[in-house]
Design a protein around this ligand. Structure first.
Ligand code: SF4
Length: 362
């Protein structure tokens, strides 16, 4: 009996693809790839969704992280980007390559996906699908059960492992057919029907563009920061991130790395935490630097007490190598920066909060 390695996002389409193959008697194992750009929920809901879909299907799933090599793909896509910073063709090629590497290890004969012809303008056109297969080394070895009858027969169909007549011919952006299939299969709980990739989010994309322009050597730590707080570019190699709530303040404190500064209101004042973070190749700012003073002014601007004529008292803490905290410096009576000046520093000025689901991929 043939075995499929299913790329399982946990969304409706890939779950249905698995169900169709199982009903045809194919053995199925799933793989789910996570990355900091998945926005189903910040706390790895992507993998929970895939696990819950795998439970529904009764198949094993392995959840693997997209590594630093994926960040390089996002930084330097060979096939361009969609409307945001989403390099969908290169992203699919990367994912398919990783899947191809797993074929032997999982004893699978081919890769299956929930892709639907014409559903995404960039990566789910017929020519794009062929290119992705070719460049990932999987030509003929990808089965898309939802659209297979509209596509050239795959090798598993040609070899007689799969009955082409039992595969489907769905195409386009409407999800009517999939929703009706889901009802037939009693599948009621599925997340992200419209995709969930931060790279397609306009505000996140603006922040990422700014990051890559000023810090081309950035790592995933810097990328993860992009969905936290308000961002202000204070110098080419320095950015201040202002927490919007207690949860973000705590996450900014945890994210601080060597060469960064953490700023917080003195105890009697309530206000946000500010992380002044440097680019990978940037020098750590000293205590009297202009950007550090500007970061203090931003913090004061976001404190209610910042409106006082006497300004606010702040604590500045340098982050040392290894992440340990240096000696605290207290600055008294820090005046807020002018709000027009703050707006000029702002990166990704939309009011939207990156990370809210709702956009479409590609
Ligand atoms: S929308 Fe999908 S294919 Fe495009 S970059 Fe994001 S995860 Fe990759």
């Amino acid at each position: 009996m043939a075995k499929a390695l299913l790329l399982l996002s946990g969304g409706l389409d890939s779950t249905l693809a698995g169900k169709i193959l199982l009903e045809m008697g194919v053995r199925v194992e799933a793989v789910n790839f996570t990355s900091p750009f998945c926005r189903c929920t910040p706390k790895s809901f992507g993998c929970l969704a895939a696990r819950s879909a795998a439970d529904f299907l009764g198949i094993p799933v392995r959840v693997l992280a997209k590594g630093d090599d994926y960040l390089e793909v996002v930084k330097h896509p060979r096939h361009g980007r969609g409307r945001g910073m989403n390099p969908c063709l290169d992203c699919r090629i990367y994912t398919f390559r990783r899947a191809r590497e797993l074929l032997g290890e999982t004893g699978s004969d081919f890769v299956a996906t929930g892709e639907v012809l014409g559903q995404r303008p960039m990566s789910q056109r017929g020519d794009a699908m062929s290119l992705i297969e070719r460049e990932s080394g999987l030509a003929g070895l990808v089965v898309r059960p939802l659209s297979a009858r509209l596509l050239p027969p795959s090798l598993p169909e040609q070899n007689g492992w799969l009955d082409r007549e039992r595969l489907l011919a769905i195409q386009g952006r409407s999800r009517r057919d999939q929703i009706s299939l889901a009802r037939n299969y009693d599948l009621n709980d599925y997340p992200c029907p419209a995709g969930g990739c931060l790279l397609t989010d306009p505000e996140f994309a603006a922040r990422l563009r700014d990051l890559l322009e000023h810090d081309p050597g950035c790592d995933f730590r810097a990328v993860r920061l992009l969905s936290l707080g308000r961002h202000f570019r204070l110098a080419p190699d320095l950015k201040a991130v202002v927490g919007r709530n207690q949860g973000e303040n705590l996450r900014l404190e945890a994210a601080a790395g060597p060469g960064d500064w953490l700023l917080a209101p003195a105890e009697e004042v309530s206000g946000p935490t500010v992380l002044l973070c440097r680019a990978a190749a940037g020098a750590a700012p000293d205590a009297d630097s202009d950007p550090l003073a500007a970061a203090g002014g931003l913090l004061a601007l976001h404190c209610r007490e910042g409106r006082r004529a006497s300004g606010v008292d702040l604590e500045l803490i340098p982050v040392l190598s290894g992440g340990s905290r240096g000696g605290k410096i207290v600055r008294r009576g820090v005046a807020p920066v002018d709000s027009a000046r703050a707006e000029a520093w702002r990166v990704g000025r939309g009011n939207g909060k990156p990370g809210k689901p709702g956009g479409r991929s590609d």
